[in-house]
Design a protein around this ligand. Structure first.
Ligand code: NAP
Length: 310
């Protein structure tokens, strides 16, 4: 009997994933019936993204796991009909993409690249940026993505500190945790990168109070989730100069409405939720491995803690 795997995501994703998934299943010796349409009671695994329209998991009575294509699971983790194990996406390609995007934007602000990109006006501006060793980078979230970005930035010579929920001891990164740790890390954040999951604890974490803890003229880079930031507080901090620039990839409403003040603000860069994406070639291996584990009775990888929400 083949293993029935329902693919529930938008049509564009099916086009990207059908072949890589089938070849990953084949390489792992799994006999899989992969389809976008299977009778719910016959589904063994669901490959899931929130844009596939699946909301009620109750009829999926024999489903052994729901395998998210997304790293962030805030759209599904609170779904009361979901009683099956939920695995989030941890994909080498997605991680590498985030490291490249974060490094690029950190280096842009560190090097003051805008001075020259926007200054092609005949004026000879002799600006020398400090070396990386003199620019402190702080990363909120030391999980799969935050740790990879922090390690890459430490490799450039930036003094990197990071913040997590639980206490950590990481090579090359000064670690903070908990409420006291947040105050301490924000006070040293010349460049702040947000790579937290969206949970009730992290919603509006960056607000008037916490932004006021940051050094004058600091930078914010947010590829986490839009709801981590109180937009009004950030705009006020940008207008006052406390925050020199914000590079934002994620927003409370996406696409960001055309009349949103972020679009017009001279010190805001908007990118359209493109910091990184799940890559079909590498992510298919992860999905196949989890199905292999499920069939072998082994523990699933990257399970979401439903209480914590990530
Ligand atoms: P992850 O591996 O689950 O790591 C989450 C990190 O956040 C962990 O270090 C965790 O602490 C920390 N954390 C969670 N709640 C906290 C709290 N209340 N206080 C302090 N720290 C807390 O997640 P990930 O794979 O790195 O992904 C992070 C987020 O990036 C995703 O949830 C998603 O929102 C976003 N993302 C964005 C894009 C994009 O294109 N813009 C792409 C992919 C992902 P512990 O280590 O102590 O558990």
């Amino acid at each position: 009997m083949p293993i029935n795997v329902l693919f529930s995501a938008c049509a564009e994703r099916w086009d990207q994933f059908e072949r890589p998934l089938k070849s990953a299943f084949g390489e792992m010796g799994l006999d899989v019936n992969l389809s976008t349409s299977i009778n719910p009671a016959d589904v063994d695994y669901v490959v899931y993204a929130p844009n596939g329209g699946l909301e009620n998991f109750s009829p999926y009575t024999r489903t052994k796991a729901v395998l998210s294509l997304w790293a962030g699971v805030e759209n599904i983790v609170g779904n009361k009909t979901l009683t099956q194990p939920l695995a989030r996406m941890v994909d080498h390609g997605l991680t590498q993409g985030m490291v490249e995007w974060v490094s690029g934007h950190v280096l842009r602000h560190h090097l003051g690249m805008d001075i020259h990109i926007h200054g092609q006006d005949g004026c000879w501006r002799g600006y020398f940026p400090p070396l990386a060793g003199n620019r402190r980078v702080a990363i909120l979230g030391l999980g799969e993505l935050g740790l990879a970005c922090g390690s890459a930035l430490a490799g450039f010579g930036f003094p990197v500190c990071g913040w997590s929920r639980t206490k950590k001891n990481l090579r090359g990164i000064t670690c903070h945790h908990g409420a006291d740790g947040l105050k301490s890390i924000l006070s040293k954040a010349d460049i702040l990168v947000l790579l937290l999951p969206l949970t009730p604890e992290t919603e509006s974490l960056l607000n008037a109070n916490t932004i006021s803890m940051m050094p004058e003229g600091s930078f914010i880079i947010n590829p986490g989730r839009g709801r981590h930031i109180d937009d009004k507080a950030l705009l006020e901090a940008l207008d006052s100069g406390l925050i020199a620039h914000a590079t934002l990839d994620v927003f409370r409403t996406e696409p960001l409405p055309v009349d949103h003040p972020y679009w017009q603000h001279p010190n805001v860069t908007v990118t359209p939720h493109i910091a990184s994406e799940t890559r079909a070639a590498t992510a298919s291996q992860v999905i196949a491995e989890n199905i292999r584990r499920g069939e072998a009775g082994e523990p699933f990888l990257h399970l979401v803690d439903r209480e914590l929400g990530y």
